[in-house]
Design a protein around this ligand. Structure first.
Ligand code: GTP
Ligand code: MG
Length: 204
């Protein structure tokens, strides 16, 4: 699969604003600053499609980005469009309690009400054991029965030989049954992108 074009579609704060078309949605979930918006930019091969920041808590809305992609089909290529949905990050300590609750409600409302989610990309930081908020979110996702892949981002921050053992370690902590796929990723180096594109192809 290759993503040939991309565009911002809409920022939503409530279900009435979710797009009405039939495109499937691949949604980015994870704590603030883990790289959700950067992930979308990396896959879309754009610098500033989704707004990123070194200041956590940048994304406070549900942002839809339409991806125009082509998938090999026999001798030719088939057009397949889908949305990346960028959710606000949770666990940003400088947000007030009330803001954290608002963000939590946004995320939960979207995950429970959107009927078109084909895959949750659950991003965690490869360098750190999952936080208590990560565990809460993981349990919630599993309870919703939506297909999910766990992507361990910022792999460029580890020595290459440490990447694979650390991914195994994180899976052991979060998913000891090994029934989800865990993959390394780096928005910075972009060296694990092909594998992720292959996976996404099965969900659009
Ligand atoms: P919120 O919108 O606050 O929830 O954050 P986010 O998850 O969208 O994170 P964002 O994409 O804004 O990235 C946060 C910071 O991490 C930025 O400074 C990025 O440049 C940096 N970053 C993201 N991915 C990577 C990565 O793979 N490697 C490195 N080294 N930095 C990264
Ligand atoms: Mg963001």
């Amino acid at each position: 699969m290759r993503i040939v074009n991309s565009e911002f579609k809409i920022s939503a704060t409530n279900p009435k604003q979710y797009p009405m078309d039939d495109l499937k949605e691949i949604v980015l979930v994870g704590k603030s600053n883990v790289g959700k918006s950067s992930f979308i930019n990396t896959l879309a091969n754009r610098k500033n499609l989704a707004r990123t920041s070194s200041v956590p808590g940048k994304t406070r809305l549900i942002n839809y980005y339409k991806m125009i992609s082509k998938v090999a089909s026999g001798e030719t290529e088939e057009n397949k469009d889908f949305y990346f949905v960028d959710l606000p990050g949770y666990g940003f300590s400088q947000m007030s309690k009330q803001e954290q609750i608002t963000v939590g409600n946004f995320i939960e409302e979207y995950l429970s009400k959107s009927k078109k989610i084909s895959l949750i990309i659950f991003l965690i930081d490869i360098r750190h054991d999952p936080t208590s908020n990560d565990r809460l979110m993981y349990d919630y996702i599993v309870s919703q029965n939506i297909p999910c892949v766990v992507i361990c981002n910022k792999a460029d921050k580890l020595a290459p030989t440490k990447v694979s053992p650390q991914v195994d370690h994180l899976q052991e902590l979060l998913n000891p049954l090994h029934d989800l796929q865990f993959l390394p990723f780096s928005c910075e180096k972009k060296n694990y992108t092909e594998k992720v594109l292959e996976l996404l192809e099965n969900h659009i």
